[in-house]
Write a protein that binds this ligand. Sequence first.
Ligand code: SF4
Ligand code: SF4
Length: 120
Amino acid sequence: MKIKVDKKKCSGCHLCEMVCSLFHLGVLNTEKTAIRIQKDDLNTSLNAPVLCYQCKEMKCLEGEEAVEGLEKKVFIWPIIRAERCPFNALTVFGENAYHCDLCGGSPRCIKVCTPKALRI
Ligand code: SF4
Ligand code: SF4
């Protein structure tokens, strides 16, 4: 399973970020979240939700003995994995990187995205 993003539909409301941190950590904190809204202020003013692509070949784990299937289910990752990700897909805040674990199979962000910018 992976989440697809339609940038053109994103309103930039940040609800996805809030529900992600609330579901995993019990707090409303848009910096402790596995999805973040990047704004292109230059030309289009498009809002682009960014999150892990759930790659088959996980460059983020290169050099580790980690079991990919297990790591995919973990929300808080070490920052070094965010640095290895070729897509800059993880949010880094403080000592942690935040990785999309797909909420264990029932993605909360999709449920709150009323413009339907996020889908499975
Ligand atoms: S963190 Fe980056 S490299 Fe790793 S699975 Fe996600 S998108 Fe792919
Ligand atoms: S699926 Fe869950 S973990 Fe992934 S970005 Fe959405 S709310 Fe966060």
